[in-house]
Design a protein around this ligand. Sequence first.
Ligand code: HEM
Ligand code: NAG
Ligand code: NAG
Length: 325
Amino acid sequence: MASASLKLSIALTCALLLSSACHGLQVGYYKKSCPRVEAIVRDEVKKFVYKNAGIGAGLIRMFFHDCFVEGCDASVLLDPTPANPQPEKLSPPNFPSLRGFEAIDAAKDAVEKACPGVVSCADIVAFASRDAAYFLSRMTVKINMPAGRLDGRISNFTEALSNLPPPFFNITQLIGSFAAKGLDTEDMVVLSGAHTIGVSHCSSFVSDRLAVPSDINTALAGILRRQCPANPTAANDPTVHQDVVTPNALDNQYYKNVLAHKVLFTSDAALLTTPATTQMVLDSANIRGLWEDKFKKAMVKMGAIGVKTGNQGEIRRNCRVVNRY
Ligand code: HEM
Ligand SMILES: *[C@@H]1O[C@H](CO)[C@@H](O)[C@H](O)[C@H]1NC(C)=O
Ligand SMILES: *[C@@H]1O[C@H](CO)[C@@H](O)[C@H](O)[C@H]1NC(C)=O
């Protein structure tokens, strides 16, 4: 009886607050069980990001790619095995472009030394992306990231393809792809601002942005045509900066680039194809601090997608393989 009424009150609180608490996620979740976990992860991420800012970009993208496929459950980290030869990791949205796996391994190793078997890989991905955002924003984007996620046992190539939006999506498709995960149009516009850092392979934009007429800025198109082959192949697929102005700074420059038509993807340019999203771009470009504030909230919201509870998940010992019993 008591447990039924507790469940009811949690359900009511969730309906009222629509908060991450609904998934059992909490800020400071490991305060008792592993008090130093967030500091340990931050120190590892710091080493990697200061050596190579691109790893920080990879970690922020990894959180997105984890959460959109099977929920935020570290399914993106699972390596191929004879039983599951085609995990998410090998799917085109992730392979060969997704990076930062070694930073997660290092963080997990350090965390396991301090508190074995306590902290999920899904939470390490969430903390690591938060820390990457902190360092790449020169300590301005400080996210209070709730935790308490479990690690999944399913990782499926096809699901990554069908759940992650490709760069040629138009605005309707982008909104639909985020809505399918409980994120609204503004979340989509705000999270796209992560394209203010990192790189893209030429193959992600040459065919729909350079090979055919597009609204891309003429000067940028000229530079990209010199950097990219006309027909990128696996053997010849260079990378270029996403944000040509401040390539390694997590800031609102992305929105200024969108307005100047200096962005790589159809999906970036698509933000100017409806009045509502255009206004959001203008606000994030022009109002100081607005984007950073919205980004923090949207990252937390993204981090609550499809979180697993009870026997749906486990605390993986090694982030690359499911536990054996
Ligand atoms: C709105 C739909 C989105 C599309 C269509 C999209 C697509 C892409 C593509 C095609 C790349 C380049 C991959 C490559 O060729 O190397 C990329 C890179 C990146 N994306 Fe997105 N993305 C989207 C949303 C997001 C979100 C929500 C985040 C994070 C919050 C994000 C963060 C990043 C980052 C940081 C990179 C650079 C990665 C690196 O340098 O390793 N993207 N994205
Ligand atoms: C992966 O997911 C697809 C689509 O949901 C499903 O048809 C397929 O059987 C799954 N593959 C594996 C190996 O479970
Ligand atoms: C977006 O793409 C879909 C699928 O190709 C198409 O049906 C739709 O008309 C397009 N919408 C816009 C706004 O271009």
